[in-house]
Design a protein around this ligand. Sequence first.
Ligand code: SAM
Ligand code: SF4
Length: 334
Amino acid sequence: MDHSLPMQDNIILTDAYRRQFSYLRLSITDLCNFKCNYCLPDGYQGKSSQNELSLDEIKTLVSSFAELGFKKIRLTGGEPSLRKDLLKIIEICKSQLGIERVCITTNGYKLNQFLPEWIAAGIDQVNISIDSLSPEQFELITSSSDLPMIMAAIHSAIEDGFTAIKINTVLLREHLDSQVKPLIDWVKDKPIALRFIELMQTGENTELFNRQHVSANKIKSWLVAQAWNKKNRSIHSGPAIEYEHTNYLGSVGIIAPYSKNFCDSCNRLRVTAQGQLHLCLFSEDGKDLRPFLQAGDVAQLTQFLRASIYEKLPKHYLQQQQTGATRNFSMLGG
Ligand code: SAM
Ligand code: SF4
């Protein structure tokens, strides 16, 4: 189905630094059942129900972002698959005129059960967080023993012809040996996109960050030495730098938030599970969209978003340890 809007309606949201925004990262729940040591080391501490956006509110939100020229929505969390109405949310996003891609980021919990359902609902891409290919180290990092099931579900999806899979791996000094090389070897004969993400400091992980942070530049130099070539970037590429290799079916992307000019290619906005707009992952605060969402007022919301974008700062200040309001990524979706 052609989901593109007619050109005259398709005016892309642009900020004061001429960056264009077409990608919404929508958190649909703060809840998470894993305890990743860099994110929620003690597990999710809140109540089970936390005033999440309703389906009607999500409809209003998605319709307004589509009007602003957004083309891609990523559902994230917390763990988005913990939301019982996830399939309905995928359907709402998929049926919105203007939205061309609906993606999800998941920890892989019950992937064997959910992945076929998401594919049937029309999901365009699934990002799965796998921080190590060693089940023992995976469990040390996440507290979950699900790695064998997650790997089996991925292999079965590929066999069935679904290859829109990306793997997110947060680089951790202590676990590098079971991360970079084993994962790259794994995608030699699989059409999977790896993403190595440099660990970012948040309000709650400073001690771990100081121990485990590794610069993604180390991986870049290693890739270049192994004859991986940088792919050409398009205006919609976003901040990942991608590499390909003639002998590998899979590709490798590097997300290096501490590198110079990282924010120049920012193309995304974030909305929390409670309807707060965050102009940056490390914003000092969110902007409450809830009144517009509760009223179902697409026109007013669109106007508010157009005005808000001018407050977006040119860059984050993570190098100065300014992590903003972000205590951990589960509250914002990463
Ligand atoms: N629960 C889902 C998952 O883990 O895939 C979705 C939400 S999670 C917050 C989104 C992504 O953020 C995951 O790939 C996770 O590894 C990454 N992440 C979490 N905390 C991070 C941090 N401090 N630095 C870098 N990436 C982080
Ligand atoms: Fe949960 Fe994802 Fe955070 Fe891990 S990274 S604790 S899976 S929200």
